[in-house]
Design a protein around this ligand. Structure first.
Ligand code: IMP
Ligand code: MG
Length: 174
């Protein structure tokens, strides 16, 4: 399909919001060590920017799960494609996501990780398509609520393309 990308959230706005979120986390986790679980691949851009602004002790691990193929439609369940390297037992864990859409991915991931008995388990997402939730899941920290449109950039892809855009844009069919 032929398409173009319309800017939805500018780089400046994203950076300013990440500053705010980091400030909130520095407060909420004061005196604690925060273990970030970064969900590959899309969340990497957000996680790196966020982590650089945290002043509390931070550790990071990476996991790859998928509920989507190369298109725009959810498959309805997750597959673990890359496991965590480290144990999360008794840790203050924060799952870092790029986008919460149907919520199916995070719903299943939350159950999977909660069974490993972290001390606390919370979720931060850069983007939240609130109107599109199907699963019973809610992020503890949200960067931006966005409309139910397919977006790319700042880590998010369309068929693996456009992750490197420094802003978030909507894919519009020509
Ligand atoms: P969910 O399970 O429907 O919440 O989908 C979560 C995953 O689907 C995200 O981590 C993304 O990889 C992908 N996804 C959902 N919406 C979009 C979008 O608008 N653009 C790009 N990827 C998306
Ligand atoms: Mg994706």
């Amino acid at each position: 399909m032929d398409y173009h990308i319309d800017e939805l959230i500018s780089e400046e706005k994203i950076n300013a919001r990440i500053d705010e979120l980091a400030g909130q986390l520095n407060k909420d986790y004061e005196g604690k060590e925060l273990h970030l679980i970064v969900i590959l691949k899309g969340s990497v851009f957000f996680a790196c920017e966020l982590a650089k602004k945290l002043t509390i002790p931070v550790t990071m691990d990476f996991m790859s799960v998928s509920s989507y193929g190369d298109g725009m439609v959810s498959a309805g369940e997750i597959t673990v494609k890359k496991e965590l390297d480290e144990d999360i037992y008794d840790k203050d864990v924060l799952i870092v996501e790029d986008i919460l859409d149907s919520g199916v991915t995070l719903y299943n991931l939350r159950i999977l990780l909660a069974a490993r008995m972290p001390k606390t388990l919370k979720i931060i997402t850069l983007l939240d398509k609130k109107d599109n939730h199907e699963a019973d899941v809610k992020a503890d920290y949200v960067g931006f609520d966005i409309p139910n449109k397919f977006v790319v950039g700042y880590g998010l892809d369309y068929a693996q393309q456009h992750r490197n855009l420094p802003y978030v844009g909507v894919v519009v069919e020509d």
